[in-house]
Design a protein around this ligand. Structure first.
Ligand code: KIV
Ligand code: NA
Length: 265
């Protein structure tokens, strides 16, 4: 199979083909999503939430992210593996950011990194791109800044924040980012930004005008029990299915129904 590269992703924008992206944190999930033909597997720092059970993405470490990314990379034959640099590992000096990105690339086998923010981290992104590491931007609701925002609500609803976002998106493109994630912003703004760029925008809660879409895999599979924001479409009810299966298994063990004759040696 032919590997999806950042050039493939850029060509999709040029050809008007939408980019499909889902998160993945482990080998088995990566295999299934790769077989389904998902273009990009994002090893999101949302692992802090849905894998580890933290309230925010702040606690996850570079070592944790390397571990998740290496598992996903081993499961992905075709998909481009994109990985989040975690909070605190790229917002310092450009050298700090560069070291984090290099460790990630050397130790995980991922193909590109994602960083949250615009103008504030431009020099840091540049240092990484100059080293030959593809970078995806992330604007709008950037969860690593939750303590600044105070809520996980829709961003860029006022003129000032919308203008900054538009300018940040252009700066990220100028720097050489191959894509930019737009999280939880008005659909109208996301469409406008998408039309202003030659690199693809990947939306989550950002409407249909984006050049691609991303969802947290646990959310779209219905594995996160009570998370039902307006933007989310659930393609399975995995949590309910898992409870049902485990309940049945427990009953079978208790009753002596499992294992049967053909399930033993
Ligand atoms: O960590 C993550 O899952 C993400 C997506 C929501 C874009 O950054
Ligand atoms: Na993330």
């Amino acid at each position: 199979v032919k590997r999806v590269t950042t050039n493939t992703i850029l060509a999709m924008k040029a050809n008007g083909e939408k980019v499909s992206m889902l998160t993945a944190y482990d080998y088995s999930t990566a295999r299934a999503l790769d077989e389904a033909g998902i273009d990009v597997l994002l090893v999101g720092d949302s692992a802090a939430n849905v894998f580890a059970g933290y309230e925010t993405t702040l606690p996850i470490t570079l070592d944790h992210m390397i571990y998740h990314a290496s598992a996903v990379a081993r499961g992905a034959q075709r998909a481009l593996v994109l990985v989040d640099l975690p909070f605190g590992e790229y917002q310092g000096t450009p050298e700090d950011a560069f070291k984090s990105a290099v460790r990630m690339m050397k130790e995980s086998g991922a193909h590109a990194v994602k960083m949250e923010g615009g103008i504030e981290i431009l020099d840091n992104i540049k240092k990484i791109i100059d080293a030959g590491i593809p970078v995806c931007g992330h604007l709008g609701l950037t969860p690593q800044s939750i303590n600044k925002f105070g809520t996980f609500g829709v961003r860029a609803q006022d003129e000032a924040e919308a203008e900054k976002l538009k300018s940040d998106a252009l700066e990220l493109q100028k720097l050489g980012c191959f894509a930019v994630v737009l999280e939880k912003i008005p659909a109208k703004l996301a469409k406008e930004v998408s039309e202003s760029l030659s690199i693809p925008t990947i939306g989550i809660g950002a409407g249909n005008g984006c050049d691609g879409q991303v969802l947290v895999v646990n959310d779209m599979l219905g594995f996160t029990k009570d998370f039902k924001p307006k933007f989310l479409r659930r393609y399975m009810e995995m949590y309910d299915g898992m409870v049902e299966a485990a309940t049945k298994y427990a009953e079978d063990v208790k009753s002596g129904n499992y294992p049967n004759e053909s399930e033993q040696y």
